[in-house]
Design a binder for this molecule. Structure first.
Ligand code: HEC
Length: 406
């Protein structure tokens, strides 16, 4: 049968195909064919056969090395890019943290390592196996269809140096009781059809369009407004200032502010920002009664707003100040000690003014601290100053005796 096929076949011979009934016989056949010295042959089975690569004498795949190299490239690329963008190209100090630290950069590095490894495994497998391959001459055999069902096949290819249609067929025939057949190469190509390849190239080119558009937009200036595809609420139907609106009795679209409205940033106009002064001089008396409740409130607000810089007892040694000097921040101005002789002589109006409007490099707290609270803090600052500079005269007479002083 084989011989007649050789004579009849005008088409070139692809190889010899043998059919097997079970895993054991195909594994044994693979071993025999390998031992006979053949190298260009393949085994086809409906499912992966464990250990068949050993029987066939296949070299281990290079894929793990490719994956390792790509994964390590992912690790170093991700680390390098984060370091370059955060510490070199656009250094931006946040909360005194270092510009670059490994722990903060682990998530991106991990993800990128996994991504490149997965790409390498997926595409590397396709390339090493020369996939996709849509056609092989063995497909032309009718019996070969059962290779996806319940049969096992072994094909020795004609380009093997040892191949000889007659001897090779005899070798295979000895190994199986099923018929051995000669396969011809009808010249049909296993490559993807050209329309499909053109389609892939087209899609890839389309995918580059947004990138090209972005590069174009960055490279050239234009006076035209940007194309706005998703409008959201950026531009909507509304009445603009200075136009007529029939809904209101006075026909104006612009509505007058409700009585007593204070514009953001103009709170000072109400008097709070000026409350520490009379004319141009700072007042030296509290405009409200100084009670223990007020001092208590002042102590609490001082702890919230002032201690970070000035410290619990007002010596200018708050945590922020300590941290700044530890980092040797260059533009940092040491918070004043509230017990500085100069600060101690400040009239209460000036301390109030410092809180509400800030002073030199100290920011203003008028936005966060109400006028009453600013007076409460002022009273507490006064008490704090007194506490660090008390004299015997501050002790009530009956108490002095207990201290043993006059
Ligand atoms: C962000 C840090 C910071 C905070 C918070 C802060 N200060 Fe200051 N304060 C400073 C610095 C810095 C100076 C010295 C400013 C300078 O000399 O440029 C200063 C100076 C002062 C002075 C002396 C002003 C003068 O007359 O020379 C007083 C009084 C004062 N602060 C009170 C307060 C009070 C009360 C609070 C809480 C409401 C407060 N500060 C919150 C940083 C701060």
């Amino acid at each position: 049968m084989v011989e007649s096929a050789i004579q009849a076949g005008a088409k070139p011979v692809y190889g010899v195909l043998a059919e097997f009934d079970d895993v054991d016989s195909i594994a044994k056949a693979a071993r025999e064919v390998r031992d006979a010295g053949y190298e260009r042959f393949d085994v086809y089975s409906p499912f992966p056969i464990h250990g068949i690569e050993r029987e066939m004498g296949l070299r281990p795949t290079k894929l793990p090395w490719i994956v390792l190299v790509c994964g390590l490239s992912g690790t170093s690329l991700a680390l390098f890019f984060q370091w370059w963008s955060n510490a070199v190209d656009y250094p931006f100090k946040i909360s005194g943290k270092p510009l670059f630290g490994i722990p903060a950069n682990i998530p991106v590095t991990f993800e990128f390592t996994v991504l490149l490894s997965a790409f390498a495994a997926f595409f590397g497998m396709l390339v090493l196996n020369k996939l996709p391959e849509l056609h092989r001459p063995v497909f032309e055999s009718q019996r070969f269809r059962r290779a996806t069902d319940d049969r096992y096949f072994l094909a020795i290819e004609a380009n093997d140096p040892l191949f000889d249609a007659k001897r090779t067929s005899e070798l295979l025939q000895k190994l199986t009781r099923n018929p051995v057949e000669l396969c011809h190469d009808s010249g049909q190509s296993g490559a993807l059809p050209s329309w499909l390849r053109a389609g892939f190239v087209g899609v890839a080119a389309l995918a580059l369009l947004p990138l090209a558009a972005t590069v174009w937009a960055r490279a050239f200036d234009t006076t035209r407004p940007p194309i706005h595809i998703v409008r959201d609420m950026d531009s909507q139907q509304r009445f603009r200032a200075q136009v007529a609106n029939p809904v209101f009795a006075d026909g104006r679209a612009m509505r007058p502010d409700p009585l007593g409205t204070v514009a953001w940033g103009e709170l000072g106009a109400s008097g709070a920002a000026q409350a520490g002064k009379r004319g141009d001089t700072f007042v030296d008396a509290f405009p409200l009664p100084v009670t223990s409740n007020l001092l208590e409130r002042g102590r609490e607000r001082f702890a919230v707003y002032c201690t970070p810089c000035h410290g619990q007892s007002g010596y200018g040694d708050g945590l922020v100040a300590l941290r700044a000097s530890e980092l040797q921040e260059q533009n940092w101005v040491q918070p004043s000690s509230l017990h500085d002789p100069l600060v101690r002589t400040r009239p209460v109006g000036q301390i109030y003014d410092t809180i509400v409007n800030g002073v030199r490099t100290m920011p203003a707290y008028g936005r966060q601290v109400s006028s009453d609270d600013a007076w409460a803090i002022t009273a507490y600052v006064k008490a704090l100053q007194r506490s660090q500079n008390a004299s015997v005269d501050d002790v009530p007479l009956p108490e002095r005796a207990k201290l043993g002083v006059q």
